[in-house]
Design a protein around this ligand. Structure first.
Ligand SMILES: Nc1ncnc2c1ncn2[C@@H]1O[C@H](COP(=O)(O)OP(=O)(O)O)[C@@H](O)[C@H]1O
Ligand SMILES: N[C@@H](CCOP(=O)(O)O)C(=O)O
Length: 347
């Protein structure tokens, strides 16, 4: 007998200016998995449509989503994937653009492992698993619970810190063992309650315009350009703005002057401008005064996507940003997105 279920995970925009590795916003682009049990196969058969379909690995031991699902299953007493599984992924989230595609794949993998193993993990426990794989909580938390969220990683005792520092390659085995070889010990189980979050209010008149350059920038590369330490002046600059921003985006009516200044950042964007030509011009030349309706502009996640928050005049704002990128010989696509709900699993 065949049965199936559907997992849906939203895109996310992390940081929103000053909230580096802290805040995330779920957005209305989705990774949708249709999971069918009943096909005749030993290993999961994976197919893709949409974004990334021509580059994503379809081998379940190499695909990020199924590797995460296997990690969750192995931590809970299952040795291998259940048989007769087929997974179709329809993906609207472009890879490597700062819209949380990897965070969505990790959350989809956790939900897949939970459903296949009938584990009934709580949302908090699911977040622990996701955080073993993606160590910054902003994307995965927003993708799991939805909305505008702030999160932190708990400081762990030395034993748990050790478990949480295990390299990704050990948490997620990439290759099956050779025939006859044992899988070895189960992977490190996440410490309990690594991540904690709160959801902030969001004024529903605010939409997110995502201006998406047609080139990929891996998050790893965009993190590698960041310094190890910061001046007190720059940290205070960001903390002052973040404290204001988390309330300002929930107020009615939204205050453009307040939000525009509160979305400025000195922790990641200045260092990433070398990887994203046009970024300094985009964040300085377009203002609420020049473009009514605009509230603020930032890099989405690690970039290269630009996120403009606005209440109206979306086409005009996107058009100006597109023009700035064109001067750098960079083509873009743009979309008006809503703030989305969290991930769902439906039969
Ligand atoms: N739906 C998916 N299924 C499998 N792997 C994915 C999926 N989405 C993203 N990935 C992996 O994550 C990589 C992008 O991650 P990353 O550099 O963090 O960029 P992003 O800003 O899009 O999260 C992709 O190149 C791919 O390897
Ligand atoms: N806080 C992280 C967020 C990365 O988001 P992504 O969507 O680019 O994966 C960072 O800024 O590095």
């Amino acid at each position: 007998m065949t049965s199936s279920f559907i997992i849906r995970v939203p895109a996310t925009s992390a940081n929103i200016g000053p909230g580096f590795d802290v805040v995330g916003l779920s957005l209305s682009l989705y990774l949708t998995l249709t999971v069918t049990i009943g096909e005749n196969s030993t290993l999961p058969v994976i197919t893709y449509s949409g974004e990334g379909a021509d580059e994503v690995p379809l081998d379940p031991y190499r695909n990020l989503m199924t590797r995460v699902a296997l990690y969750v299953l192995r931590c809970n007493g299952f040795r291998i994937f259940p048989p007769n599984l087929s997974i179709h992924c329809d993906n609207q989230i472009p890879f490597g653009r700062g819209l949380g595609s990897s965070g969505a794949a990790v959350i989809a993998g956790v939900l897949l492992g939970d459903s296949l193993g009938k584990l009934n993990l709580s949302r908090e426990r699911m977040l622990d698993y996701a955080l073993m794989v993606e160590r910054h909580p902003d994307n995965v938390t927003a993708a799991l619970v939805g909305g505008f969220v702030g999160s932190y990683l708990r400081e762990l005792d030395p034993k748990a810190t050790e478990a949480a520092q295990v390299p990704l390659s050990e948490v997620l085995p990439e290759y099956p063992p050779d025939a006859g070889e044992d899988w070895g010990l189960s992977p490190p189980v996440p410490p309990l309650g690594i991540g904690h979050y709160v959801r902030f209010k969001w004024n529903s008149s605010i939409k997110a315009v995502a201006i998406i350059p047609r080139f990929e920038l891996s998050t790893a590369k965009a993190r590698a350009v960041l310094p190890e330490s910061y001046s007190r002046k720059d940290l205070v600059f960001n903390m002052q703005r973040l404290a204001v921003l988390t309330t300002a985006l929930g107020q009615t009516p939204p205050d453009p002057e307040l939000i525009f200044e509160a979305m400025k950042d000195r922790v990641h964007q200045p260092y990433r401008k070398t990887l994203i030509p046009g970024l300094p011009a985009v964040t300085s030349l377009i203002t609420p005064a020049s473009h009514p309706g605009l509230l603020g502009i930032c890099l989405s996640g690690a970039g290269p996507t630009i996120l403009a928050l606005a209440t109206h005049n979306f086409e005009n704002i996107a058009g100006k940003i597109q023009e700035i990128f064109q001067q750098e010989q960079i083509e873009v696509d743009w979309k008006i997105l809503e703030v989305a709900g969290g991930s769902t699993v439906d039969s």
